[in-house]
Write a protein that binds this ligand. Structure first.
Ligand code: GRG
Length: 293
């Protein structure tokens, strides 16, 4: 049931991504090829799925927000393309394929990332179409801009780079994980709910839940970097240790990090059951807790 639900969600998102991405035969062809290569290379599609489920939980029809949800996947993919650049993590493998700068060159990778970020916000500002969604679209753009800007993901990326090689610091780690990963995931869930006209109380509840889910997601990511293999992850394993990144295992060790992940997902399962009696949010929590890639 869990696998079927997530597979079906992914299928719908992939289909919509295919439709919203600029076609390769249109000028500028090389840029569009790079954008499509990055986005259609695969990935879990967790952020658009959270967006759709935030909408469903607040009483909306998720099919109405799929194009908007594609916006967050484009924004996410821009961050991966830029993160892999030589000036940042300098990685050659992502989603099981050579990274964008390896295939298209560094300049085009920078520009493809820029275009994906811009196009992502264009989708959020455009969909769903129609006057009755206008206020919701504006609010969604605002809250996502906050989550991925200097006080969110980009700030987290700066902290990530600056914390390399420094002493383990639990407070800094928490701030880094919240900013780099959790705020964006939480904002995706809330954005869907905002488009369904959810009251502030519901949005706040989903935001708190999304932040915890984001922390669990990032702890799992830190653990997978140590325990996963490159083939399964689709990206180079063991890089955090090589680059001496500030991670959960670095601060707490492996056993305590596993325990923290179990504790967090245990609490999230209970909350997810309360927020969503259909069990689909619980399916997402379970996926985050036991993912292998
Ligand atoms: C370059 C502005 C800028 C930000 C980069 C997202 C990010 C910040 C860096 C990527 C590296 C990383 C470990 C980030 C933490 C968030 C995270 C685990 C991203 C990977 O997301 P997944 O696992 O990727 O959802 P897929 O490929 O499944 O979509």
């Amino acid at each position: 049931m869990l696998e079927d639900f997530l597979a079906e969600e992914r299928r719908k998102v992939e289909q919509a991504l295919e439709a919203v991405l600029p076609p390769e035969h249109l000028w500028p062809q090389e840029l569009h090829r790079a954008m499509r290569y990055a986005v259609l290379a695969g990935g879990k599609r967790l952020r658009p799925i959270l967006f759709r489920w935030g909408h469903a939980l607040a009483g909306g029809n998720p099919e109405e927000v799929t194009f908007a949800a594609c916006g967050v996947e484009l924004i996410h993919t821009y961050s991966l393309v830029h993160d892999d650049l030589p000036a940042m993590d300098n990685d050659t493998l992502r989603r099981g394929k050579p990274t964008v700068h390896v295939v298209f060159g560094e300049a085009l990778a920078i520009l493809a990332g820029d275009a994906l970020l811009t196009e992502g916000f264009r989708l959020l500002a455009t969909y769903p179409q129609g006057e009755r969604w206008a206020a919701g679209r504006g609010e969604v753009c605002r809250l996502l801009a906050e989550a991925v800007g200097s006080r969110g993901m980009v700030g987290g990326q700066v902290e990530d780079l600056q914390a390399m090689g420094k002493e383990p610091d639990p407070q800094r780690l928490q701030r880094l994980h919240l900013a780099k990963t959790a705020q964006f995931l939480a904002a995706c869930l809330v954005a869907g709910a905002v488009l369904a006209g959810a009251p502030a109380e519901t949005c706040n509840k989903l935001h708190r839940f999304g932040l915890q889910l984001g922390l669990a997601f990032q702890i799992a990511d830190d653990l997978l970097d140590v325990t996963g293999c490159t083939e399964e992850l689709g990206k180079t394993a063991g890089k955090d240790q090589i680059q001496d990144k500030l991670t959960y295992p670095k601060v707490y060790g492996l056993a305590a990090s596993w325990q923290a992940l179990q504790d967090l997902t245990g609490g999230l399962m209970v909350e997810a059951g309360e927020l969503d009696p259909t069990g689909k949010l619980q399916a997402l929590v379970e996926f985050v807790g036991r993912r292998r890639a």
